[in-house]
Write a protein that binds this ligand. Structure first.
Ligand code: URP
Ligand code: ZN
Ligand code: ZN
Length: 461
């Protein structure tokens, strides 16, 4: 017994065409017409679009900061919000804390996600304590399906890694066929600028972007790309935010460096004028890197269309405005960094990207699903609509208007940076490996159906 989705418009990274889809078990088993078999459920979706389930490769659910604050969203609320927004797979940043092995980090994250996740979940492994044992442990991670890693060039004294260790890690990633993702900001310079700012009693969130200027990002990007060139290793830059940094990516690509780039909806849609808001309100936008200027936004959209940016993920790292962010009311450097976004990524990008003519619908699929699957070792199992792929399918109504509001969102946080913005994209059905986990009339299935996603390395192993 299967399910037939009838008369929808199928959109992949390269095609748009009208056809029916037959799902059996967890897979797409046929695409065409007259697919119904005895006992099948037939769902008419005439007028709607069928996109592959979104893949958000950058979330931080159930993350504890160095100061003991835990993110507002755990794996239950975060992955439920993902499903509500048409994302069927997330890759979260499991983290090796200082003194831990990578396996201990993985155990920790497995525990956080276990039996709680509404969408499929994979992990990158953030390395924060490089030592002689880590190279062997990296191989073990890959064998367990954790084929990508993360290194922070910022957050001095907590997660930041120095150039010697970065270089060693890059050499090892090349040997293993692993992809390392990088947070590119110069943590030492940021630290000095924070101290200077505080010495002048500049303590409000207005100063957050001033201690993290675009040049701090550009410097780290440039340095990383020379280290990658020296190691002959591919790299992936997370949450790229500035025109300056993008210029160096383009230059490095011309030199032959293999660099992949992610940006986030907030860098495409929100401006740094939000740091001018009255009182402490701008703490809602304290994330790293900070929001930038209109010319950066334009450069990022251009970068997307010129193939310099591969993915758009959210860096969802939600902290409540009251009770979390306000620990920094007298010192912006204490405000936990991060904003929510997993729920609204695709509807925002459709509305303010596709509808405004900035990107095509195929590009939307490429940026929010297909490229993520290809870069992180799950293509074509996920990231496309094809026979044999997981039936991770989102049926979208692109004619339904709604307003983003904190009071109606699923993500468990007391604000949204997109409050009041209108979107014109609503999931009508979401299928996760063939399970109907969301329907517009029935809501989200109460029982979490998410599963761990074992990913391949760049060597295909
Ligand atoms: O401000 C941010 N981005 N917080 C989450 C951690 C990170 O840097 O990705
Ligand atoms: Zn980061
Ligand atoms: Zn992040």
């Amino acid at each position: 017994m299967g399910i037939v989705l009838k008369d929808g418009l199928i959109v992949t990274a390269v095609d748009i065409y009208k056809a029916d889809i037959r799902i059996e078990g967890e897979k797409i088993v046929a695409i065409g017409s007259q697919l119904k078999k005895t006992g099948d459920e037939v769902i008419s979706i005439d007028g709607y679009y069928i996109l592959p389930g979104g893949i958000d490769t950058h979330t931080h659910f159930d993350l504890e900061t160095g100061t003991g604050i835990r993110t507002a969203d755990d794996f239950a609320s975060g992955t439920k919000a993902a499903i509500a927004g048409g994302t069927t797979t997330i890759l979260d940043y499991a983290t090796q804390n200082k003194g831990e092995t990578l396996q201990q980090g993985l155990n920790n994250w497995n525990q956080k996600a276990k039996n709680k996740s509404y969408c499929d979940v994979g992990f990158h492994m953030a390395i924060t304590d490089w030592n002689d044992k880590v190279p062997v442990q990296m191989k073990d991670m890959i064998q367990k399906g954790v084929s990508s890693f993360k290194i922070y060039m910022a957050y001095k004294g907590i997660m930041q890694m120095d150039d010697e260790d970065i270089f060693k890690a890059l050499i090892r990633s090349k040997e293993l066929g692993a992809l390392i993702t990088f947070h590119c900001e110069n943590g030492d310079v940021i630290e000095a600028l924070i101290q200077e700012s505080k010495s002048k009693k500049y303590t409000s969130p207005y100063y957050h972007p001033l201690v993290r200027p675009a040049l701090v990002e550009k410097e780290a990007v440039t340095r990383l790309l020379y280290l990658a060139e020296l190691a002959n290793a591919p790299v992936y830059i997370v949450h790229l935010s500035s025109k300056e940094a993008l210029e160096n990516v383009i230059e490095a690509k011309k030199r032959g460096v293999e660099v992949h780039v992610e940006t986030c909806p907030h860098y495409l849609l929100l401006e740094d004028s939000l740091y001018d808001l009255e009182g402490f309100e701008s703490a809602k936008y304290v994330m790293s890197p900070p929001l930038r200027k209109q010319e950066d936004i334009e450069a990022l959209w251009n970068g997307i269309n010129n193939h310099f940016i591969d993915t758009i993920s959210t860096d969802h790292c939600s902290f409540n405005f009251r009770g979390h962010k306000d620990v920094g009311i007298n010192d912006f450097s204490q405000i936990p960094n991060g904003i929510p976004g997993v729920e609204h990524r695709i509807s925002l990008l459709y509305t303010y990207g596709v509808q405004l003519g900035k990107i095509s619908l195929n590009k939307l699929v490429e940026l929010t699903s297909t490229n993520a699957a290809k870069l992180f070792g799950v293509y074509p199992q996920k990231g496309t609509i094809a026979v044999g792929s997981d039936a991770d399918i989102v049926v979208w109504d692109f004619n339904q208007t709604s307003i983003i509001e904190q009071k109606t969102q699923i993500q468990n946080v007391d604000y949204t940076p997109y409050e009041g913005m209108q979107v014109k994209a609503q999931p009508v059905y979401v299928f996760l490996r063939g399970n109907k986990v969301l329907s517009q009339d029935g809501g989200i299935l109460e029982q979490p159906q998410g599963r761990f996603v074992k990913r391949k390395s760049l060597k295909g192993e």
